[in-house]
Design a protein around this ligand. Structure first.
Ligand code: SF4
Length: 484
């Protein structure tokens, strides 16, 4: 599968694994989520035997164990391992067909809700290895999460998971699998690293973990730092010889916003549309509340009346400013790990926003979705939530429409890009939790964490992170006020 993305990546993985980039905490969280979903899906076929090797990476033992389990009449095998012509496949669940003992049903579990091209190729490769190992596969299916399932009491696994046969696709892909295995083996017998330039394949279907090696000569301020344009546009510029932003000609095919970035980058000066900023500020009314929510999205619903991957709000931070000169006040809420946080979150939020005035959020989409979701879940609070929704003002708008633009924003209007440009003294880099996705996985981790000291540490980090988000908004707002 790696070789399909890039032959060089396959070669480096086999021959220079030490060059691989470190795994980020977000990637680890995705990996753990996949493991948990896989273990739960095994319960769809209870009583199976695990063929995983005792020692990590001892796949020869796993292949042997799988063979023995099949020969001894085992009906359900987890992590069934097969090898054919040096290609290894580890199937999540192998089940003997009831009325036809020589036939098997193969299942591959994914923690996603949709079938992707990569999953189909993965299943096709599994099918190739297993059937060529002499096992008769009656059907091969993907087990995915059903995002329409609503938890009510105990988990109903047959409703939580969708099982979709992909045998037709696997059969159609067999010639392709054959060809790609042949090509991958050729790559691995080469004496030198394949000469492959950086390209869109570095990101598709996944960001390659040898990027640190292959991209090390890409210069600072390269065209890849223009976020918000397509990868293909970045590579068109790069391959045409325009390596850095200052080399891009005045006349080009990029959109208006990308050109605002290029122009401001070349002059080093911010673009400030004072009348537009003034008209934005006129929409805000003191006292101001700067508000930010954090949510987490469990793949397997934990609380009643929630769906897989639903945003569950667990934390907020509010900085409150009575008038322009008043000192800042701070309010926050962080749910206890364990019980459903939604009601307490809402009750505290309504208390902390009971004052009048505008409520500023940065990119209001998430906050609006969460509030509308809470309205559904707790209709008794509907009118209060509606009043709160009416007071929301999106602080992102003057940056999104380029009323204010600084070249350090790199054609993005995310607050993480805005901050180093506008308030260099304030930085996320010293925080252990430095992004919404890390906050999300940290809270999810808290649910199973038992070490008291670790729990306190993570909770402190979460509080610090969310507080930083709203403090950043206060500073950004003050900068807009100064412009007018
Ligand atoms: S970074 Fe790009 S070129 Fe390098 S190995 Fe990965 S996909 Fe291939």
């Amino acid at each position: 599968m790696r070789g399909l993305q890039c032959a060089k990546s396959l070669y480096l993985y086999k021959n220079s694994i030490q060059l691989r980039d470190a795994v980020s905490s977000e990637q680890k969280a995705i990996f753990n989520r996949g493991n948990n979903v896989g273990l739960l899906a095994q319960k769809l076929f209870p009583g199976g035997v695990d063929a995983s090797p005792q020692k990590r990476y001892d796949y020869t033992a796993a292949v042997e164990k799988t063979k023995q389990l099949i020969e001894s009449g085992t009906e359900v095998i987890y992590e069934a391992t097969f090898q054919h012509e040096q290609v290894l496949a580890i199937l999540d669940i192998l089940v003997k067909k009831k009325d036809s003992p020589d036939q098997w049903l193969a299942y591959e579990v994914k923690s996603s809700t949709k079938i992707s091209h990569t999953y189909l190729l993965d299943a096709s490769l599994q099918y190739w290895v297993i059937t060529n190992s002499g096992i008769l596969i009656e059907d091969i299916s993907l087990i995915l999460i059903n995002n329409q399932y609503i938890k009510n009491g105990d988990l109903k696994l047959t409703e939580l998971f969708n099982i979709t046969s992909v045998k037709k696709e696997a059969l159609a892909n067999q010639a392709l699998v054959n060809e790609k295995i042949h090509l991958s083996k050729q790559v691995l017998t080469q004496q030198k690293v394949p000469e492959i330039s950086i390209g869109e394949q570095c990101f598709m279907p996944y960001t390659c973990d040898f990027k640190g090696t292959c991209w090390k000569n890409v210069p600072k301020n390269s065209v890849f730092e223009i976020t918000g344009i397509q990868k293909v546009e970045q590579f068109n510029l790069y391959n045409a010889g325009y390596k850095t932003i200052d080399q891009i000609p005045e006349i080009n095919d990029l959109d208006k916003n990308a050109n605002i970035h290029i122009q401001t980058f070349k002059t080093g000066k911010a673009k400030v549309d004072v009348p537009a900023i003034k008209s934005f500020l006129e929409k805000t009314v003191y006292p101001l509340s700067f508000m930010d929510f954090e949510t987490f999205m469990p793949a397997i619903p934990i609380y009643n009346n929630t769906k897989p991957y639903q945003h569950i709000p667990f934390q907020y931070s509010i900085h409150y400013k009575k008038n322009k000169e008043a000192a800042l006040q701070h309010f926050s809420f962080l749910a206890e790990q364990g019980p459903d946080p939604r009601k307490l979150f809402l009750e505290n939020l309504l208390l902390h926003t009971k004052n009048e005035g505008s409520i500023l959020v940065y990119d209001s989409l998430m906050e609006r979705n969460v509030l509308n979701g809470l309205k559904n879940d707790f209709p008794e609070f509907s009118s209060q939530i509606d009043m709160l929704l009416k007071r929301l003002v999106d602080l992102m708008l003057p940056f999104q429409d380029r009323s204010y633009y600084h070249p350090a924003m790199k054609n993005s209007y995310s607050i993480k890009n805005l901050l180093p440009a506008l308030v260099p003294d304030l930085s996320y880099s010293n925080l252990k939790i430095s992004s919404g996705s890390i906050a999300m996985t940290s809270f999810e981790h808290l649910i199973t964490e038992t070490d008291m000291f670790k729990i306190i540490e993570i909770r402190d980090e979460l509080l610090e992170y969310c507080k930083m988000d709203t403090l950043a908004m206060v500073k950004v707002f003050e900068i807009l006020e100064k412009q007018v």
